[in-house]
Ligand binder design. Sequence first.
Ligand code: AMP
Ligand code: ZN
Ligand code: ZN
Length: 416
Amino acid sequence: MTALFLYKNEINMKKFLLFFLVFIYTVFPQAKPYVILVSIDAFRWDYINRGITPALSQIKEEGVSAISLQSAFPTKTFPNHLSIITGMYTENHGIISNDFINLFTGERYKLGDTVSTREYKWYLGEAFWETAKRSGIKTACYFWPASEVLLEQKHPDYYKKYDKKTTDNDRVDGVIEWLKLPYKDRPHFITLYFDIVDTRSHEYGPDAKETNESIKGIDSVIARLKNSLSQTGLKDSVNLIILSDHGMTGIDKNRSINVEQIINDPACKIINTGPVALLHPAANNIKAVYEKMKKNENHYKVYYKEEVPESYHYSKHPFIPEIVAIADLGWEFIDNRIAERQKTGGGKLGNHGFDNHQLDMHGFFVAGGPLFKKHYATGTLLNIDIYPLLCRIFNIQPRSNIDGKAERIEFILNNN
Ligand code: AMP
Ligand code: ZN
Ligand code: ZN
């Protein structure tokens, strides 16, 4: 009798426990984290050490900071935003430059040409927002290269069309508006992008007072973001990752290499000038163009596509042309048109795009929020590891074909 009573009681207890768990999970669904991924274009690894960024320095002191964030090659904006958001080297995600051509059809991909940048066919990687959306996480971009792609499953749930004129405060307010949406509509992964430091440092150089003014300005925008988060009631739930796509170095027109003069071959397409020259000669002239470049190899290195050193991860993609030349830090390839322009104008004083192992080309990384370790400083991180980090944070499976590795970065999270 007593045994039967105890047995029935146990069954009732089990039923109750089951009911209780179902109730808890229905009423309080598993808390999904919030992440805001902020990119400050061209914010070099050391700008945070200039003593002019109280808001960023506070995040650095209280949360996680890395000595630097190593970019992928070439150290340009579109290639690196894609590396960050897909976890792939540029040769694998396909955005091999800010401006390149399909060597087989002649079609052109170009930053600023929204017709091409919105075509999904160029993008071989999967952006984190795509992975996240598939796992039921709402995503939003207040600007990010590739976020405007015209294919439902390849763009975030919410996004803004890039407009450089949108004030930085409006960008912050837009993010806050998204966080104020009703829970079911609210994005949990949001990107935010600022271009001003890149613009100023191209114009005036990395050490100019104008560049420092833009750094200070962005720091106060970050302070405003932190304050606005308090008003949403989500301040303690939001994880902030603030990083940059690459660094910046000083240039001047006296360090120019006229590649058009060197190759002296109108049939050879010069796809890119600047820190990297991408050369596409006529099929029967590849060797001749290479040899001319090799003979004049001064302040740059020239490679056949297949011979680009492995550490650049820049040989595989079919749109990388036959010859790749990489200028020494601070030197630049020009063509006749740019040479003419240089005779009259002063020229820019900063650029990036160079060898991604050069410290000047490294970006920065700080992070704070409930999921990150406190007062934790680490060495250099790789930007291809951000995508797997995001997957870890949201507890979702990363794509198996990425170059990034969670093991190289997850130690910055709590409980790792
Ligand atoms: P660069 O310095 O040439 O590598 O590129 C920087 C420029 O890219 C900035 O001046 C921005 O205006 C531009 N840019 C950044 N994000 C986007 C975007 N999502 N769509 C179009 N242009 C962008
Ligand atoms: Zn950039
Ligand atoms: Zn730039």
